[in-house]
Write a protein that binds this ligand. Structure first.
Ligand code: TMP
Length: 211
């Protein structure tokens, strides 16, 4: 079996940058990493992504939850499982913990029900390692919105419009998962910490895992 790594965190925590750096690190070790993102990564998943992130979409919390899980089930079946079975390294930008944090802690849906749905969608494809880029939500949102204003990021999505209290609950959700799950490693990603220093800590975690 390959290695499955996921990155999690609040808006603007720097996941994309750290994933690109980790992919280079893995390439230098002579391995190829497949990078994917949630929601998305399959034809159906990208179509669902459009609906989920469109700021004009009006979706109730339960439909939102089920769409994320549908997207995940498809991604596991079509992409993640085959890649892991072929011995590849898979790096996902968000995965099952985002649903607990956003739909559970953020929206207030039942966490036990979300855990059951996650198990159904994911099966055996549980991450080997999850890097939680822990970041102050206000600083993260400022970074995400600045990127949008500079034309460097996608346009504002439904979640970036949520109030700060929502994002604070999401952060607490991630930290609470980290307390429960050994596979989750918390890495401080709040400004002013430098990108290179965050990357070095992630490389250190990889080295200790034998990579
Ligand atoms: P991102 O590509 O900017 O990370 O956007 C994905 C958005 O979707 C982000 O705001 C978090 C949200 N999300 C959930 O609410 N639940 C989920 O299960 C996942 C994977 C993402």
């Amino acid at each position: 079996m390959g290695l499955f790594i996921t990155f999690e965190g609040v808006e603007g925590c720097g996941k994309s940058t750290q994933i690109a750096l980790l992919r280079d690190y893995i390439a230098k070790k002579g391995l190829e990493a497949l990078t994917i993102r949630e929601p998305g990564g399959t034809a159906i998943g990208e179509a669902i992504r459009q609906i989920l992130l469109d700021s004009k979409s009006e979706i109730g919390p339960m439909a939102e939850l089920l769409l994320y899980e549908a997207c995940r089930a498809e991604l596991v079946l079509m992409v993640i499982r085959p890649a892991l079975e072929a011995g590849k390294v898979v790096i996902s930008d968000r995965f099952m913990d985002s649903t607990v944090a956003y739909q559970g802690f953020g929206r207030g849906l039942d966490i036990k029900a979300i855990d059951r749905l996650n198990k159904l969608a994911v099966g055996e494809a549980v991450p080997d390692l999850t890097i939680l880029l822990d970041c102050d939500p206000e600083a993260g949102l400022r970074r995400a919105l600045a990127r949008i204003e500079n034309g460097k990021g996608p346009k504002e999505d439904r979640f970036e419009r949520e109030e700060i209290a929502f994002h604070t609950r999401v952060r607490e959700g991630f930290l609470s998962i980290a307390k429960e799950e050994k596979r989750v490693r918390v890495v401080d990603a709040s400004p002013p910490r430098e990108i290179t220093s965050i990357h070095a800590e992630i490389c250190d975690i990889m080295t200790k895992m034998g990579f």
